[in-house]
Design a protein around this ligand. Structure first.
Ligand code: 26W
Length: 824
């Protein structure tokens, strides 16, 4: 109905073309004669943005009018990737756009390729947030995301002479998907002092007189749902000097540089995404980012709540806030401060509201990733917040002491303040104490947090406060968009695309297991995706790979716990084995292409050594004529969301081989299986639940179990530590200089050989090699392999982020979808 009222709501290619031409000629002020691909992208983006805006406004108006509970997802990272393809597919207008662009002389694939990824995240945590936004909109939940608008997203990775080089990612040049809201600003304060005051009734209260003010400006991005008019909002804050802060005194007295310097200091807050994944480094600017974003978001949320004219007690009936890891934990303190200092509620009333509002998701148990801030830093930057943290801790410890008298050990173990030198604020504990639910992201992980880092809190609060919501992915981007041919084939079997909104329908694919034509098309799609990747590999690395070889892929952030070193040591072992064979024997071997991709944090030397080793092994193996197509080793530069969309559909086998108990969930494992690839993996994170769903015949599991890791580590340190002989042979080869100066790789070897092998590379090596041999054998039987992949896809229904979001909505947020009807 609304379409008739809006000329911009094109439905035909002719109308779409008119919109593109209009945007080229007026918005971009160019002529169609010199409309290049970049201009065509911009105009196409603007045309789709126009039609999003209408629905976006209507969704927001409706949410406000109905006054229903909203969820706010606070995440320091949103790894959105590209928006255009997604917007076209969600609106079911990609065919229209394709035909229209074709008329105008463009190929839609080339136009899509023009867009920069919105790369505001490191890896799993940020991409999960993006999948969640897609599901929230698709399921019509009233939801907003809140994050930071980094000027520089995750760095771009170049490989030069086998080494990673970081290049800044300036992505904002032209971004049709964001709407600056220069009228939506919040002044954010830092530093200063706290004064004790009394109000006119003689009641004492605290007043924070800040030393620095920075302005937060909102930038909004529309988040379209699939096959629904619902369009949610992602609000990202950008920092600039507060209007009163530009120092005209300095400016007029000729001190231009220093007045501009203040401006730049303010803008620094949202300048750059910290590129550490799973490593906390206690930098003041990072804490400033966290508070800046949290304070702006809460001001916004409270402002919206106040318009509803409800009483404060009703706040949790209208507002749920989810903390994506501990990064936004200061929101707990900030809300308590707003309620007590500014709104003048009693401490207990305020604390009830706060704890009913927040939920906290934990994404890691790695000790080096758990956030702790020095008390002195907090005292200086956020003096009033530190006082409140101390009070929260005091009341909490008093309550614990009451329930468990005389257990001083317990008190010091659970204290939010760690009594170390220097004293530290433990953010995870603060998040637990200030939330009504705490969840892990896969069953094993949720069990682990209950028995390790939060064990005492389970005693204190009881087990019901802790729950599990197993991660999942959006099938719209990770099947329909990334692998359109597979999506079409599935739709042809299932009678339409409803499975994209109810992924459990995939189970019907098992009925087609014996359908020859279907199987053939299934295999052809995989092959076509491999051909496309092979072309990309040739174009970017100049290595020719055979698309009939087994494509073995490990793409994710480079980290010792994810064990890319195990993979590359395994590759070297394979190379040595092949070299030792006679030419006749070699002919019987299964050809393989080992593909790696992923970024190392700039200061993470071990990770950088791993990248270097992979590249050097590649340059030796790839030109070895004895080996030929039997083994190729590829490092794909600058792994990101849009590359993932090409790489994942082309994989036969993907590696998810973290030391058991270290990978909280993993989500790419799900993406690979959903695209008809199999997994080699450890019993870790979501691999375990994937196995439960698809069956253990359809996954290649290996290695030690999480329950045995502690004992093995202990044995390495205190007992005798014998290393796997085949791994030692790999080490000798590296040390002979076969893959370049051995010095460069000494640290990788000695971590295993001399420093206790914390990640159990040696303990799992034999099992890994044997399991890889099993993979070769399985792959030889292509019919069986296809059966395994179809069966696996059919059983992946559980891993839709729609299921995941419904669980959060019911168990944690207590929110309902907003029915959308014909009035849209
Ligand atoms: C403060 C430094 C820092 C930065 C990022 C610490 C921790 C992080 C993230 C929590 C790391 C992360 O992305 N964790 C991943 O979260 C995914 C989504 O739940 C899981 O699938 C991955 O297993 C987990 O590593």
């Amino acid at each position: 109905a609304w379409a008739r009222n809006h000329h911009k709501a094109f439905q035909t290619k002719e109308d779409f073309e008119k919109e593109v031409v209009r945007h080229v000629e007026t918005t971009l002020a160019r002529s169609m004669f010199n409309c290049d691909e970049s201009a065509a992208y911009s105009a196409t983006g603007l045309a789709f943005r126009d039609r999003l805006v209408t629905r976006w406004n209507q969704t927001q108006q409706r949410q406000t009018f109905i006054d229903s509970k909203r969820v706010y997802y606070l995440s320091l990272e949103f790894l959105m990737g590209r928006a255009l393809d997604n917007a076209m597919l969600n609106a079911n207008l990609k065919d229209v756009a394709k035909a229209g662009l074709d008329d105008l002389g463009f190929r839609i694939e080339d136009i899509i390729e023009q867009e920069n990824d919105a790369a505001l995240g490191n890896g799993g945590l940020g991409r999960l947030a993006a999948c969640f936004l897609d599901s929230l909109a698709t399921l019509n939940y009233p939801a907003w995301g809140y994050g930071l608008r980094y000027r520089y997203g995750i760095f771009k990775q170049e490989i030069i002479d086998g080494y990673q080089v970081e290049v800044p990612d300036y992505w904002l040049d032209f971004n049709p998907w964001e709407f600056p809201r220069h009228d939506v600003t919040v002044d954010i304060q830092f530093f200063g002092h706290v004064h004790k005051m009394t109000d006119k009734n003689g009641k004492p209260f605290c007043h924070w007189e800040a030393g620095e003010t920075v302005q937060a400006v909102a930038y909004d991005m529309p988040i379209p749902g699939y096959d629904t008019p619902s369009t949610n909002n992602l609000r990202l804050w950008s920092s600039k000097a507060a209007s009163g802060e530009f120092d005209f005194q300095k400016f007029n007295s000729g001190d231009y540089e220093s007045s501009v310097g203040d401006q730049q200091r303010a803008e620094t807050i949202s300048a750059v995404l910290y590129p550490n994944d799973n490593l906390e480094r206690g930098k003041e600017l990072r804490l400033k980012q966290q508070y800046f974003w949290v304070a702006a978001s809460l001001y916004d949320i409270v402002r919206r709540f106040k318009k509803s004219k409800r009483t404060w007690k009703e706040f949790p009936d209208l507002v749920a806030i989810q903390l994506n890891d501990t990064h936004p934990t200061l929101a707990i303190v900030e809300l308590q401060r707003i309620l007590v200092d500014l709104e003048r509620l009693s401490w207990d009333e305020a604390w009830d509201i706060v704890t009913s509002t927040f939920g906290y998701t934990n994404h890691t148990v790695l000790p080096e990733a758990l956030e702790k801030w020095p008390v002195t830093l907090m005292q200086n930057l956020l003096p009033r917040h530190l006082q409140i943290i101390y009070d929260i801790n005091l009341f909490f410890l008093q309550a614990v002491e009451k329930r468990f008298p005389q257990d001083r050990d317990l008190l010091s173990r659970v204290s939010i303040i760690e009594e170390s030198q220097p004293k530290m604020v433990r953010m995870a504990f603060l998040a637990v104490v200030g939330s009504h639910k705490v969840n892990g992201v896969a069953e094993l992980h949720s069990d682990l947090i209950k028995t390790t880092i939060f064990k005492d809190f389970v005693e204190i609060y009881g087990p019901d406060k802790f729950t599990n919501v197993t991660n999942a992915i959006t099938p719209r981007r990770w099947l329909h968009q990334a692998n359109p041919r597979l999506s079409d084939l599935i739709a042809s079997k299932l009678g339409g695309y409803d499975f994209l909104k109810d992924l459990t329908q995939l189970s019907q694919l098992e009925l087609s297991l014996n359908d020859k034509a279907f199987r053939k098309e299934w295999a052809e799609i995989k092959y076509a995706n491999k051909v496309r990747l092979a072309k990309y590999i040739k174009a970017t690395t100049d290595v020719s790979v055979n698309p009939t070889a087994l494509f073995d892929v490990q793409v994710k952030r480079i980290h010792e716990y994810k064990r890319q070193q195990l993979n590359i040591f395994g590759v070297i072992h394979r190379y040595l084995t092949l070299k030792a064979m006679s030419p006749e024997e070699r002919k019987k071997q299964q050809p393989r292409v080992s593909i790696f991709g992923g970024k190392a944090a700039p200061g993470y030397w071990m990770a950088k050594h791993i990248i270097h080793l992979v590249n050097n092994v590649g340059s030796v193996v790839n030109k070895d004529e004895d080996i030929g197509d039997l083994l190729k080793v590829i490092f794909l530069e600058d792994y990101n969301v849009s590359k993932a969309e090409m790489i994942i559909p082309a994989s036969d086998l993907s590696e998810h081989i973290s030391t058991a108990g270290t990978e909280a969930s993993g989500t790419s494992n799900m993406k690979f299986v959903l695209n008809g690839g199999l997994i080699i993996g450890t019993c870790d994170g979501a691999n375990i639940e994937i196995t439960r769903e698809i069956g253990e015949n359809n996954i290649f599991l290996f290695g030690n179990l999480a329950e045995d890791v502690e004992d093995l580590r202990h044995a390495h340190t205190y007992g005798s530590h014998t290393l796997d002989p085949e791994l030692l042979a790999v080490f000798s080869e590296i040390q002979k200089g076969t893959f370049g100066a051995p010095h460069d790789f000494e640290a990788l070897i000695s971590a295993v050989r001399d420093h206790g092998d914390y990640y159990l590379v040696s303990d799992d090596f034999h099992s890994y090699i044997e399991t890889q041999a099993l993979v070769d054998e399985s792959y030889r039987n292509q019919e069986d392999w296809v059966t395994k992949t179809i069966t696996s896809v059919a059983r992946m229904g559980f891993f839709s982020s729609d299921r995941c979001i419904n669980e959060y909505a019911e168990e944690i947020w207590n929110i309902e979808p907003l029915q959308v009807g014909s009035e849209f």
